[in-house]
Design a protein around this ligand. Structure first.
Ligand code: 2HA
Ligand code: ZN
Length: 282
């Protein structure tokens, strides 16, 4: 097939109409609304990527090969012929909640893993380009595939309570921040027994932060970016949001206790051990 404009328009239409994507769009809208209402996505803050390759037949994916590719700064060999649904750069979560289709684009990685093709709805001439954090997303998505992890979603948000915590010097190490998060709420230990990763302040959108984040995700399902925000993995967008919501609650409890002028007791070592040993079905 030759990648002429009519074919491209038909192809774009086929992708957007794919029925397997409908529940994904519903969930994106739902979580985008939550992020906005929590105040965790001011202006164009936050972004996500979802590996949706398994929703498409290999023959459908091959259709991408007819279209022009943009070079990637790095090669991602394990991402060759994979397809991602990615939030658009500059898009707002509050708009995403009302209309996810017009605020996302699809990114297909070439056979060599060194270029990508973008499919977007191109509504009224407005092209949607992928999030400015694409390098970080692709690096993590590749690591998830290499590790055969069940997670397909990477969600970045500006969770106020967690950002505030990373502004406090005593909590700027992985050990200290995890002790606090676990100690303030049993769910944090139950659902994130491996804790969160902590990345000292680094400029977002760079290869440096992508590399550091990648390391963080070797052991954790959530990584905090000091004085910026956090990234969570999930099998679904909802699950990624849940991880952030749980630890935001820990941080909130800490700040509420402090606002009384008193020091929170926190769960004791024994209580934490009991949770670790428990067989509670999650
Ligand atoms: O997507 O949050 O870190 C906008 C951002 C960049
Ligand atoms: Zn951000």
């Amino acid at each position: 097939m030759i990648g002429n404009i009519d074919n491209l328009l038909n192809f774009t239409n086929d992708i957007y109409q794919k029925k397997e994507l409908k529940p994904v769009f519903v969930q994106i809208a739902d979580i985008a609304q939550h992020l906005w209402e929590h105040g965790w996505a001011e202006r164009n803050a936050g972004n996500f990527s979802i590996n949706i390759t398994s929703l498409f037949h290999i023959k459908e994916l091959e259709r991408f090969s007819a279209y022009p590719f943009f070079p990637l700064q790095k090669r991602y060999p394990d991402l060759a012929r994979t397809l991602f649904l990615v939030s658009g750069t500059g898009t707002r979560m509050r708009d995403m909640a009302r209309n996810p289709v017009e605020n996302i684009c699809f990114v297909y990685i070439s056979d060599s893993g060194s270029a990508f093709h973008i499919i977007d709805g191109n509504q009224e001439g407005v092209s949607i380009r992928p999030t400015s954090e694409l390098a970080t997303h692709l690096a993590i998505q590749q690591q998830l595939l290499q590790k055969k992890s069940p997670e397909k979603v990477i969600l970045h948000a500006h969770v106020t309570e967690l950002i505030a915590l990373t502004h406090l010097a005593p909590f700027t190490t992985e050990l200290a921040v995890n002790s606090l998060l676990w100690g303030m709420h049993p769910e944090s230990l139950l659902f994130l027994p491996d804790g969160v990763g902590f990345i000292p302040y680094t400029l977002a959108g760079t290869e440096t932060i992508a590399g550091a984040t990648l390391k963080g995700f070797e052991k954790h399902k959530v990584v905090l970016w000091e004085k910026h925000g956090c990234i969570a993995l999930g099998k679904t967008v909802s699950e990624a949001f849940d991880y952030l919501d749980i630890i935001a609650k820990s941080a909130k409890i800490y700040f509420q206790c402090k606002s009384t002028g008193m020091e929170p007791q926190g769960l004791t070592g024994e209580q934490l051990q009991e949770i670790r040993n428990s067989e509670i079905v999650k």
